[in-house]
Design a protein around this ligand. Sequence first.
Ligand SMILES: Nc1ncnc2c1ncn2[C@@H]1O[C@H](COP(=O)(O)OP(=O)(O)OP(=O)(O)O)[C@@H](O)[C@H]1O
Ligand SMILES: [Mg+2]
Length: 205
Amino acid sequence: MRVAISNLKGGVGKTTTAVYLSQHLSGTGRTLLVDLDPQASCLDWGNAATRAGEPLGAELVALAPQGADTFRAVLRPIDSLAAGYDHVVIDTPPGDRLMVAAAMSAADIVVIPTRPSKLEVARVGATAELAESAGRPIAVLMTSRAGAKALGLARQALQTCGYPVVPEVIPLREAISTSYGHRPDARYIGIFGQVARVLDLALAA
Ligand SMILES: Nc1ncnc2c1ncn2[C@@H]1O[C@H](COP(=O)(O)OP(=O)(O)OP(=O)(O)O)[C@@H](O)[C@H]1O
Ligand SMILES: [Mg+2]
């Protein structure tokens, strides 16, 4: 599968999702992790993991196109690189609509990570609309330490907007935040396997 991890809002767990999901997928086939964020967090994570003797399962490439031709400068290399891989996961920067739109066009499906707070749920719409313009299905993925009530309300609000929500919720765990620069924590790979199954089902529908 080719999946873009996008949310125009920053700090919602895009990079963490991209690294963990690509780690799961790399166990099922050759996987490319594309870092489109000028902050290069994926690339830094992968390089640090390699230095620590714990290389990521996915191969990593960073693209940093600039200027008016961003759209084609993103789409073309991803399209040609993707041919050699079973799976491509694209981490996108916050805020950059052109870059995010290009990543979405290069993908089959868009995962939109969000926290279940009212503020963040309200911000999902802008990214969902961009995916709709690109003609790509979405799956909203909640990352949370919240209780059942807050999660239920967030899920309801998202579903009322017509957005498909992944049933699994990624727990907020210190072990996940401290795995930056290391191989993803094996205890949390399984849940990203469940996310991948949801994406497969959505793509098959
Ligand atoms: N499941 C989790 N458990 C604990 N911490 C998490 C989890 N997911 C993300 N974080 C932490 O939240 C912060 C933001 O996560 P991340 O960098 O993945 O978000 P992002 O959307 O890629 O941010 P940006 O928009 O700046 O690229 C990081 O410090 C990360 O370690
Ligand atoms: Mg990021």
